[in-house]
Design a protein around this ligand. Structure first.
Ligand code: G6P
Ligand code: ZN
Length: 542
């Protein structure tokens, strides 16, 4: 039954920040997915007769590629595949399954927050045995292999029924179709005080959760409505659809505007939240109070001890470099370490494995902890709910109290999307060229104290990652960061991260855009964004 199929390399299969993401029409080319999956398998050592976890966010192509991977895993000698029923597994649930089953690794089919459908995006990501995204040495090996691959192995046989729970045989390999939700929901119940959250909800606390027609629908319905007793309808857009109902499943103020408007209305619920395509991102909005992801990380870290899973305190906090410094102040007060890593959840894995950090977060709406090795949208929502239940205060009151204690890091990210790659590269190159001349000069933002291109040495394995984003630091602690996205599927995306710190005795209630206006002007002056990109304003502000 095992066939060896001759193939030729594709030159564009280097995994990005989070796996290989391409348009569906690229993935649908003959041999394209097969080449990549075989390149992954060829880069791994010692998986014979071991377990592979497999699932995806249900987007267009999910079911087809699930079958392809099953047949290839069997042909390549895996002993068992655990696959989510109907091919569904959220990214954090997949991470948990890899860990709890002691699997060799997992393949997650998703393009995360990118849209789905025949003209949209698809993706494949490999996670290692700790449940986290493959580190750079693995993704580099995959990329290298993809450039020389000349054959792949696949079983020639009928599709496996993935819609019914149970154990089936595929060649020599066992396929076990598992409930995608139950084990994950149990894990959440072990970390949080479900009794306190149930009491909060029974006492009239109202919430809305937008699954954006993506993978979290079944998870959110089970956890919020069934286990925590929130009324039916609390979960909006709760059925995963191959095209996400034409939504762009990115939980930010642009794509979750409906939820935002609802939370800003006179009759707003107490709490609103959303997650993305594959369930690892989160958006938190209190009644009349939007919480930035960077602030959310800081508040969750400062209050985690209210949840049973974190009652013994945190070992450390990690954040990506472009994430604001709000969490740094919490770490300082708690007397624990703060790690600043490059963008990409994969950089947190070693810190979590080494027991150096407990909670991690990124400005890109990702927060999580050592319970899995991925960021986790529903986890972040549950930790917020646990804190709200324990403190018996509104989100707005908790934010006000936080800023009054630590000061406020005003923060925004400006994205310039789908710009020509050579122009984006030219902008970054021009910035790099003048890094040494910037310190000591002044512009609308103030006087620049230092400027560099961020490099990271992993404290556990000493691996070095260079060119991770240009940082311009000002004398008053303000900061502008420029970097190119590693997750886009069309042209290049320039991200400009702008941050200004105001101490606890300063003005904590400015409009963010007003507080940041001088720095926004400075970003334009330093980098000539409109000159290089031809764009007068960002496509998205978050
Ligand atoms: C994915 C990764 C995150 C990363 C985000 C933004 O969601 O899992 O770790 O922060 O992409 O990456 P980008 O390179 O597009 O800024
Ligand atoms: Zn995601």
């Amino acid at each position: 039954m095992i066939q060896t199929v001759t193939t030729t390399p594709f030159t564009d299969q280097k995994p990005g920040t989070s796996g290989l993401r391409k348009k569906v029409r690229v993935f649908a080319q003959p041999h394209y997915a097969e080449n990549f999956v075989q390149s992954v398998f060829d880069s791994l050592d010692g998986f014979e007769s071991k377990t592979l976890v497999l699932g995806g966010d249900g987007r267009y192509l999910n079911r087809e590629v699930i079958q392809t991977v099953l047949k290839m895993a069997a042909a390549n000698g895996f002993g068992r595949v655990l696959v989510g029923r109907e091919g569904i597994l959220s990214t954090p649930a997949a991470s948990h399954l890899i860990r709890s089953a002691g699997a060799f690794g997992g393949l997650i089919l998703s393009a995360s927050h990118n849209p789905g459908g025949p003209d949209e995006d698809f993706g494949i990501k490999y996670n290692i045995g700790n449940g986290g995204p493959a580190p750079e040495k693995v993704t580099d090996a995959i990329a290298a292999r993809s450039l020389v691959i000349d054959r792949y192995k696949i079983i020639d046989g009928a599709d496996v029924d993935i819609d019914k729970l149970g154990v089936r045989q595929l060649g020599e390999m066992v396929v076990e179709v598992v409930d995608p939700v139950a084990a994950y929901a149990d894990l959440m119940e072990s970390l949080f005080d479900f009794g306190a959250i149930q009491a909060l909800i029974a006492g009239g606390f109202s919430m809305a959760f937008d699954s954006m027609s993506a993978v979290t629908g079944p998870y959110a319905t089970e956890i919020f409505e069934r286990r925590l007793g929130a009324p039916a309808g609390t979960v909006m857009n709760g059925t995963p659809l191959p095209d996400f109902g034409h939504h762009h499943p990115d939980p930010n103020l642009v794509h979750a505007k409906g939820l935002y408007d609802r939370l800003m209305a006179a009759d707003a619920p107490d709490f609103g939240a959303a997650s993305d395509g594959d369930g690892d991102r989160n958006l938190i909005i209190g009644r009349h109070c939007y919480v930035t992801p960077s602030d959310s990380l800081a508040v969750l870290a400062a209050n985690a001890h209210f949840a049973p899973g974190y009652a013994n305190g945190l070992k450390g906090i990690a954040r990506s470099m472009p994430t604001s410094g709000a969490a740094d102040r919490v770490a300082e007060k708690l007397g624990i370490a703060l790690y600043e890593t490059p963008t990409g959840w994969k950089f947190f894995g070693n810190l979590l494995d080494a027991g150096m950090a407990t909670i991690c977060g990124e400005e890109s709406a990702g927060t999580g902890s050592d319970h899995v090795r991925e960021k986790d949208g529903i986890w972040a929502v549950l930790l917020w709910l646990n804190i709200l239940a324990a403190r018996k205060q509104s989100v707005a009151a908790i934010m006000a109290d936080h800023w009054a204690t630590y000061g406020r890091n005003y923060y925004a990210r400006h994205d310039y999307e789908a710009i020509a790659k050579d122009r984006a590269d030219a902008l970054m190159a021009a910035l790099r060229d003048k890094l040494t001349t910037l310190p000591g000069t002044s512009n609308s933002g103030g006087t620049i104290s230092s400027a560099d291109d961020f490099a990271y040495t992993d404290p556990t394995d000493r691996s070095i990652s260079q060119n991770q984003g240009i940082r311009i630091l000002f004398e008053d602690g303000s900061r502008i960061v420029f970097r190119l996205s590693g997750t886009g599927t069309e042209g290049a995306t320039l991200r400009v991260y702008i941050e200004r710190y105001v101490a606890a005795d300063g003005d904590l209630s400015m409009e963010t855009a007003v507080a940041l206006a001088p720095l926004i002007a400075a970003a334009q002056e330093v980098a000539d964004i409109s000159g290089f990109t031809g764009m007068d304003s960002p496509s998205v502000i978050t």
